[in-house]
Design a protein around this ligand. Structure first.
Ligand SMILES: [Zn+2]
Length: 106
């Protein structure tokens, strides 16, 4: 079994262990207000690649109703747009003393 210890010099400490099938550890259920992941420092790079299929363009140009356009866009997003995401960093703040650690370079 793997576990992650977060230990601050002020005495705040938690141990993250797998709690469920699939070895997930629920951070929010474990921290009890001792630590917080600062969402402003969770950075995700987004690269959007657009590669439009001819049939997709034809369907759009043939559509005359807003509802039809909306349906074509919804159905065609996965085939015509690729979004690559990359987690850049995670910041964990100690709620006891304000110290923090930034995990980066994944
Ligand atoms: Zn602390």
């Amino acid at each position: 079994m793997m576990k992650i210890l977060i230990n601050c010099s002020c005495g705040n400490e938690i141990e993250l262990t797998p709690k469920t099938w699939g070895k997930h550890s629920y951070f929010a259920n474990t921290v009890n207000g001792k630590f917080r992941v600062d969402q402003y420092h969770v950075e995700i790079n987004k690269d959007v690649t657009i590669s439009l299929e001819e049939s997709f363009i034809n369907d759009l140009t043939d559509a005359s109703e807003k509802q039809e356009v909306s349906q074509i866009l919804n159905n065609g997003l996965e085939d015509n747009f690729t979004i690559d995401t990359e987690l850049k960093e995670i910041r964990i703040d100690c709620m006891g003393c304000g110290e923090y650690i930034v995990l980066t370079e994944f």
